[in-house]
Design a protein around this ligand. Sequence first.
Ligand code: FUB
Length: 312
Amino acid sequence: IIMLALVGFGLLLAPQHLKAQNPIITDVFTADPAPLVHNGTLYLYTSHDTASVTSTNYEMKDWLVFSTTDMKNWTNHGPKLSPKDFSWATGDAYAAEVEERDGKFYFYVSTFHKNDDRSDGGGAIGVAVADSPLGPFTDAKGEALIYNEMTTDNPHGWDDIDPSVFVDDDGQAYMYWGNGSLKMVKLKDNMVELDGSIKYYNPKNFVEGPWVYKRKGLYYLVYASHGGERERIEYAISDSPEGPWEYQGILADSAPNSFTIHPGIVNYKGKDYFFYHNGVLPTGGSYRRSITVDYMHYNKDGTIQKVEQTEK
Ligand code: FUB
């Protein structure tokens, strides 16, 4: 009996292993996927929806990390960061992304700032750092990286959300983010200070959730758009990380049973994957979302075929 109790306790402490299917994570509601490949393992950083079934608002208290080495078996490493880990932050844990540089892992998050006189503050981007992709992560700056006060003159002050950080081959880092319009700023080599002024772009139908990456000399800007009844995914290509961005079209239709959709793209073990979220789990919906993955296929000219959203 003691042995069984010890084994049971050990299982409780051990990371949970998940079976592959779409959605890939079924024991908790997850959104805003951000994949990162390091040393042969694919790490997936996610938002975490905990709103009740009847809620019409987000409730997102922390960011979770999952990993896989075969795209079938997923290990749930649990929460690794929360707005509470940033002394200046309050409110929900919106989309995030982790970028590696020189053996350090920078966790860029969108959350809200205590300075605003709204209970959920104005949108702000912070950055935490760790020596391992699984943390422990601590606030790397002690203050927000990006924050615009939300005032009656600036009611859209919450638009500083959804960071996507990309380091080019020459070592220059860029951060893209925004809601309504796309913003971009260079980061210094330390990854926690802005390098120069913010640039603004208006990609066709852009709403939020940019994901920027480079493939075969081309820069891709993939984003959630308002082109459909609900958000869908559209994309643009450039020959520079600073644009101009040439619109290419729809990459993915709206996700079933979710108003939002959010892209996360990676090449892993020779295959291209498109991560996103939908609301298809039982009791799921726009505030109880689930991360899903499908293959992505490039044409010879670098354009991308529309993603087929599957259940397996
Ligand atoms: O998850 C909260 C917000 O919904 C994200 O920041 C947006 O991209 C959308 O997915």
